[in-house]
Design a protein around this ligand. Structure first.
Ligand SMILES: [Zn+2]
Length: 241
């Protein structure tokens, strides 16, 4: 019948393996979540840029229509001028053509500006869509990797959990709670070996009287310095000695 500390030492090996796997899974999940977030942001940015570009395209078409209409009207008035004989009417008609000329000039320069914005907007959208495609591919690759990892690890983790339950059947409830608390607070190391009188968790020398108690292996003893459960292995000591 193994002692409580021996069972806890075996339990810790299983728990450390489970912990490493859980951390690897959590890390993968974190990467996927961060990429999901980036994809969402990039999708929103691309969609805003697409809407902006659509509005500019509409404005360009509208300006082109208005410019064509003003040019047609101006052409028509110029034709009419050749037929006007009355001076007053001629003056009015020339004034109208001048105004139309101003209008077309204004529309033309506005159109040039809008076309420049369309060009810039198209380039911007292309950039955003390229980055979105890159992020999406990266997210998919990361998600696949996580799926593979989960597939690989879940069976092992299930077996380890079963082993864990079996081991725990031989551990006193209070001791189990104490072990689990130390394990979670001390970075996954609750049980440490004492070698040549030194705690391998914190490298402090254990008082000789306490060391004798540990060697008796009758009860679980905590390191006075790091509060971990101390474990002594006779065969390790002999191998070192
Ligand atoms: Zn210690």
């Amino acid at each position: 019948m193994p002692s409580q500390i021996e069972v806890l030492a075996s339990l810790q090996l299983v728990d450390q393996s489970l912990r490493t796997k859980s951390l690897a899974i959590a890390e993968g999940e974190g990467r996927v979540a961060a990429l999901e977030e980036a994809v969402r942001g990039q999708t929103a940015a691309a969609s805003a840029a697409r809407e902006q570009l659509a509005a500019l395209n509409t404005r360009q078409r509208d300006l082109e229509t208005r410019l064509a209409a003003a040019e047609a009207k101006m052409k028509d008035r110029r034709m009419r001028i050749t037929r006007i004989r009355n001076d007053k009417e001629l003056g009015l008609a020339k004034r109208e053509v001048e105004l139309l000329k101003e209008e077309t000039n204004g529309l033309e320069s506005e159109l040039v500006s809008v076309m420049e914005q369309v060009e810039a907007g198209t380039a911007k959208l292309q950039g955003l869509e390229g980055e979105l495609a890159r992020l999406t591919a990266e997210r998919d690759a990361e998600a696949n990797e996580l799926r593979d990892k989960l597939g690989r690890l879940s069976g092992e983790m299930e077996r380890e959990r079963a082993t864990r339950s079996e081991l725990l059947q031989n551990v006193d409830g209070d001791l189990r709670r104490k072990y689990e608390m130390i394990f979670s607070r001390r970075g996954g190391v609750a049980v440490v070996e004492v070698r040549e009188g030194i705690c391998q968790g914190c490298r402090m020398r254990v008082p000789p009287q306490l060391f004798n108690e540990i060697q008796r292996n009758e009860q679980v003893i905590l390191c006075p310095s790091c509060q971990r459960m101390l474990f002594w292995r006779a065969e390790a000591e002999e191998a070192n000695g």
